[in-house]
Design a protein around this ligand. Structure first.
Ligand SMILES: [Zn+2]
Ligand SMILES: [Zn+2]
Length: 208
């Protein structure tokens, strides 16, 4: 009877049926194993916590936009494409907050179980297809974390901080300077500062 036919509302309902699925996993059953077959993949995946280096990293939960092409090759699945990832951190010179988006390219072969590549590689040398699935998380994590700058800057010519007052030089007038006591007088300044009335000197209150 007609009413038993399930209502179809397109791709959205397909995703809604498996909301708990791991977003990093790619189902390869549509791709098949025939060399040369292709599958496009566009997906935005929330970043796990901890993808960072000392001064900059990916905010946990930020969307990483993936645009990938999966190609079935003799040895496995070749993943090629690019990603956009938001990063937050602080300038290594002036400590100002930095927000940016990195655009990165990636390419990686995931070897099939039993392929020559898989059998002649050490466990950690090559990524592997896991049954009907391929897990993008390690590849995307390595691509991003290895691209994070160890000394990020707010602008290429950031002048950093004034060594005397610690203010950001780019926020100060160009002639910003501090009076510096000439080294030849520094000794005298010390002597005047410590001669009369210092705690070590005995007071003479009864003097008249
Ligand atoms: Zn800076
Ligand atoms: Zn200063």
């Amino acid at each position: 009877m007609p009413s038993a036919v399930p209502h179809r509302s397109g791709a959205a309902s397909h995703d809604a049926r498996r909301p708990a699925a791991n977003p990093w996993k790619v189902d390869l059953r549509g791709l098949g194993r025939r060399a040369g077959s292709l599958q496009e993949l566009e997906r935005t995946v929330p970043a796990p916590a901890g993808w960072r280096v000392e001064l900059i990293g990916v905010p946990a939960g930020a969307g990483i936009a993936l645009r990938l092409r999966l190609e079935s090759v003799m040895e496995g699945v070749l993943v090629t494409g690019e990603l956009d990832v938001p990063v937050e951190g602080s300038c290594a010179r002036c400590l100002e907050p930095i927000e940016d988006t990195l655009h990165l390219a990636l390419q990686e072969l995931y070897a099939y179980a039993g392929s020559t590549t898989e059998e002649t590689s050490e466990e950690d040398e090559v990524r592997r297809v896991d049954g009907d699935y391929l897990d993008l998380e390690g590849l995307v994590r390595d691509t991003i974390v290895l691209s994070l700058p160890l000394a990020p800057v707010c602008t290429e010519d950031c002048a950093g901080l004034c060594v005397d007052c610690g203010q950001r030089l780019d926020d100060l007038p160009a002639d910003h300077a501090h009076e510096v006591v000439d080294a030849r007088w520094a000794g005298l300044v010390d002597r005047f500062a410590s001669s009369p009335g210092t705690p070590g000197d005995a007071p003479t209150p009864e003097e008249n």
